[in-house]
Design a binder for this molecule. Structure first.
Ligand code: HEC
Length: 101
């Protein structure tokens, strides 16, 4: 009988980890929800619209995601300006940077 109660508890804990676990885990959730329409779900590869973003620094993410700009002196991978700024993601930047590191 006891096993029947343990299973849902394990499922709950796993769900909680996926949602709120490590910064990189949270960053992955944000990335999959907000970025993979254009970028590859594997950030080390080019996506349907956007380039590979693995290794993006927090500085680059802050400039590109929040303001639609690039850090001073940075050479963008693409000369286009398709991606719109997403200032609503300010609180998720640290997590995104942890995931993409
Ligand atoms: C509407 C499609 C789209 C979405 C959504 C999108 N991007 Fe982009 N992204 C692009 C494109 C296309 C580029 C190439 C430059 C351009 O045209 O804007 C780019 C460029 C970038 C760059 C600069 C890469 C470099 O080194 O030059 C980063 C970093 C980046 N995206 C991160 C993200 C993150 C993180 C998200 C989710 C929060 C995201 N993008 C969401 C399309 C998108």
């Amino acid at each position: 009988m006891r096993g029947l109660f343990v299973l849902p508890a394990v499922a709950l804990v796993l769900a909680a980890c996926a949602e709120n676990g490590s910064p990189a885990g949270r960053g992955r959730q944000v990335y999959l929800a907000q970025c993979t329409a254009c970028h590859n779900s594997d950030p080390s590869r080019d996506g349907p619209l956007g380039p590979a973003v693995k290794g993006s620094s927090r500085e680059l993410l802050e400039a590109r995601v929040l303001r639609g700009t690039y850090p001073p002196g940075y050479r963008p991978k693409r000369a286009t300006a398709v991606m719109q700024p997403m200032p609503q993601l300010a609180s998720a930047l640290d997590d995104l940077a942890a995931f993409l590191r």
